[in-house]
Design a protein around this ligand. Structure first.
Ligand SMILES: [Zn+2]
Ligand SMILES: [Zn+2]
Length: 154
């Protein structure tokens, strides 16, 4: 199983819920009562849980950043339509939606976020953006396409 940001966020919200529950429990014991003193450990546990929840949220954000690495394939596609670009004079135009892109230099790698994992028949794994997947779907017979959705097991 691969950990996704969604897994970490789910754990964080469980830790937050537990924190609130423990604190509500401790809050029920009046100051100076024997229960109040005995609940010192529980209050410490609640503090610890709440720090853990924060750490988990931070880890989820870091992981999301890591997983949204740019696609990086060296040819350009329309993010919505795939291999539909006609290029000329530094401008690429999508033949479907007519959107245009200008590039500083030819062969600039794709900066769209990676959202798919493609495994070809030889078992080679490539991660790419939605636009590149459209092109790959048309070209690669027998490849496996796996969407890297949050929460999906990759
Ligand atoms: Zn398009
Ligand atoms: Zn791409």
């Amino acid at each position: 199983m691969t950990v996704t940001p969604a897994h970490l966020r789910a754990l964080a919200s469980r830790a937050e819920a537990l924190t609130a529950e423990v604190r509500a429990l401790c809050g029920g014991a009046p100051n100076g009562s024997p229960e109040h003193d005995h609940l010192a450990m529980a209050r410490l546990a609640a503090d610890w849980l709440s720090r853990g929840a924060e750490d988990l949220q931070r880890a989820a954000a870091d992981l999301a950043k890591l997983q949204s690495q740019p696609c990086g394939l060296p040819w350009r596609v329309c993010p919505e339509h795939g291999n539909t670009l006609s290029s000329g004079a530094g401008v690429s135009t999508c033949r479907v939606c007519r959107r245009t892109w200008t590039y500083d230099r030819p062969g600039q790698p794709c900066r769209e976020p990676v959202t798919w994992k493609v495994i070809d028949r030889a078992g080679t794994e490539t991660r790419m953006c939605a636009g590149h997947v459209l092109g790959a779907r048309a070209a690669a017979g027998g490849a496996t396409f796996i969407r890297l959705d949050e929460g999906a097991q990759v």
